[in-house]
Design a protein around this ligand. Structure first.
Ligand code: PHE
Ligand code: NA
Length: 448
């Protein structure tokens, strides 16, 4: 008996760690802070928090539920559930667009993963020690201006991801997630503590939490919603795939809450660590994708023990990026493996090579192709914006509409352990508020 209970507990823990490993990544630290800075601060943060709670939570639960009921990869799971509930096979598109999104996202994600590796190395060699804002900015500018260096580190990061996925040791990483994730949280708290010593912590707090609603635009709301999808790994079937490993006994709502709180806390800590440094050094909050790479090295270079802390930080960031990147490559590989005669190793190499090649276009948009714009965006921004503000929300919308409208209401309520009152609340949110929220944000930004 006790053996059985233990086995269930450990598989539940495994699942939570896998989901958290996918969710917590560059999105929390690199992307969250640069988006907040670019969008002018608190209004973005508050809309983002609302999106996470009202749209992200129900969609996370919906994706897990589809995976658990379908017991298959996202495309087949959607096909199976659609046919058993008398719906059209077109629902499989939700799974297909997820694979496309994963492919596109990983291409630029790997470039940033490469930056993180490069900064890990430079922390060891003491490059940032004693540097001022200008020279830290110049180091970053030098990196962006060197396609060869960017390519080297993008290749190194992608090679690590391919190696791990090809060996199929993804499961073995869970032990590492369990110890390294708390370490990352502790380190973030230390950095927030450093932020408090800069004398600009209050300014950062106000920037992040005192909104100027007048500055809010449709585009900012769309960006905030996109960030909510990106950071929770929603809208690409990854959470569906993880849901297929779920036991019947796992409480979906409770688990979703745990993962979301962890993800959100890390993002907010990142903001509270980075913006005091921005204000204390007269840097620009709207710097863009380079924000953490021109602020944090400055802090590490000028605090006691900064070399060790910087090394630890960039190592942990790289690790968090790796676990997310693995979850991005996995669906691409599964797709290639099932639809071609390739073995797993060959499928990983083929899928990984395609991602890597697209990543080259992304990294060239920081230098040789910086004038090459599509819809006014360079390749990097286009990949980032198109996936997070269009593909992910649309796929997520498909998942929530399917669960809320097409599955049997009573069985959904039973699966979520909902009492009569909370059943009403859940269905109002899942049927109306979350889908209409996504649609409204789209329409609003199209018009605005
Ligand atoms: N959620 C991850 C992060 O915040 C990124 C990611 C997006 C991973 C989508 C998987 C799928 O960094
Ligand atoms: Na995240």
């Amino acid at each position: 008996m006790s053996k059985l209970v233990h086995a269930q507990w450990s598989s539940k823990m495994t699942f939570v760690l896998a989901a958290a490993g996918s969710a917590v990544g560059l999105g929390n630290i690199w992307r969250f802070s640069y988006m907040v800075g670019e969008s002018g601060g608190a209004a973005f943060v508050l809309v983002y928090l609302a999106c996470v709670a009202v749209i992200g939570l129900p969609i996370l639960v919906a994706e897990w539920m589809i995976g658990r009921r379908g017991q298959n990869n996202p495309v087949n799971a959607m096909l199976k559930l659609a046919s058993s509930s008398g719906q059209t096979r077109a629902w499989a598109l939700v799974g297909v667009s997820g694979v496309l999104a994963a492919f596109l996202i990983l291409s630029f994600y790997s470039v940033i993963g490469g930056w993180s590796l490069y900064y890990t190395l430079n922390s060891v060699t003491g490059t940032f020690t004693g540097q001022d804002a200008d020279s830290v900015g110049a180091i970053f500018g030098g990196l962006l201006g060197s396609p060869g260096v960017l390519l080297l580190w993008h290749t190194a990061f992608m090679a690590l991801v391919i190696w791990i996925v090809a060996r199929g040791v993804t499961k073995g990483l869970e032990g590492a997630v369990r110890t390294l994730m708390p370490a990352l949280v502790v380190l973030m708290i230390v950095l927030v503590g450093y932020g408090m010593t800069t004398g600009h912590f209050g300014e950062a707090l106000a920037f992040m939490f005192r909104p100027d609603w007048g500055a809010l635009s449709g585009d900012i709301v769309l960006a905030a919603m996109g960030q909510a999808f990106f950071t929770l790994s929603l809208g690409m079937g990854i959470m569906m795939a993880y849901g297929s490993y779920l036991g019947e006994d796992v409480n979906l709502l409770g688990t979703a809450r745990t993962v979301i709180i962890l993800d959100t806390v890390i993002a907010l800590l990142a903001g509270l660590a980075i913006f005091p440094i921005v204000f204390a050094n007269g840097l620009s909050a709207g710097e863009g994708p380079g924000l953490i790479f021109v602020t944090l090295p400055l802090a590490f270079g000028n605090m006691t023990g900064g070399m060790i802390l910087g090394l630890m930080f960039f190592l942990l960031l790289t690790f968090a990026a790796l676990t997310s990147a693995i979850s991005l490559l996995e669906p691409v590989v599964e797709f290639v493996e099932e639809r071609s005669p390739l073995t797993r190793v060959m499928a990983t190499l083929a899928g990984g090579a395609a991602v890597w090649a697209l990543g080259i276009a992304a990294l060239m948009s920081f230098n040789v192709w910086d004038e090459f714009l599509i819809f006014g965006l360079n390749v990097f921004d286009l990949l980032d914006t198109f996936t997070s503000t269009i593909l992910l929300p649309l796929t997520g919308l498909g998942a929530i509409v399917f669960v809320a409208w097409c599955l049997d209401r009573k069985s959904v309520a039973a699966e979520l352990n909902l009492s009569a009152g909370s059943e009403t609340l859940w269905f109002v949110v899942a049927r109306y508020i979350a889908p209409l929220g996504v649609i409204l944000v789209f329409v609003n930004s199209l018009l605005g």
